[in-house]
Design a binder for this molecule. Sequence first.
Ligand SMILES: Cc1cc2nc3c(=O)[nH]c(=O)nc-3n(C[C@H](O)[C@H](O)[C@H](O)COP(=O)(O)O)c2cc1C
Length: 210
Amino acid sequence: MIDRIRKSYEIGELTEATAGDDPVALLQRWLEDALNAEIIEPNAMCVATVDEHGNPDARFVLLRGFDERGLVFYTNSQSAKGKQLAHRSYATLVFWWGALERQVRVRGRVEIVSDAEADAYFATRPRGHQLAAWVSPQSEPIPDRVWLEARAAAVEREYEGRDVPRPPYWTGYRVIPDSFEFWQGRRNRLHDRLLYTRAANGWKRVRLAP
Ligand SMILES: Cc1cc2nc3c(=O)[nH]c(=O)nc-3n(C[C@H](O)[C@H](O)[C@H](O)COP(=O)(O)O)c2cc1C
């Protein structure tokens, strides 16, 4: 079956004229389109990192901040991805919005956000999510589900009646883009691809073969 599924991409096109010169503005427009299209988790993106052996790894996270400075996601700095980013501070992000037949790839250096920025975002999280940051030794083996539930109950008791502080190991990562690639599916696999790379002042744009 999977060798027979064959979707023709027909709903859009990406021209130089509509794309413009600014990839940040274009990604903001595409994110808005994804929000308006009521796609599940429109801000989900796959973040690829490399491990200490130089081997790639990847998983999805949620985009929580985006402006001229870069794209921010939050996680546990002691997780596999956190360790990988401490070792090699470079990542590639990929968005896929199937309903819009669009993909975006962003590559760049990664830095940890300021404590003030991480605190401000942590404060907006639902209490259960804040507690989970203390409960879960992300990416470590744990005995079983019962262990996790018991730890959740213990942490809940510990913080009963007071605000949940941000764990020191839970923080945000900002990917500072070197490049953006926008992909719009077209008929007969003749897709549109526009690549933006940083230039002396602003961005250089080229069209790539599909
Ligand atoms: C749609 C989606 C969104 C996710 N968002 C996050 C996130 O924002 N932060 C996070 O730490 N994990 C998130 N996860 C879980 C990660 O994919 C992953 O399981 C976890 O961060 C551990 O990854 P690691 O072992 O590679 O560090 C998300 C998973 C999915 C499927």
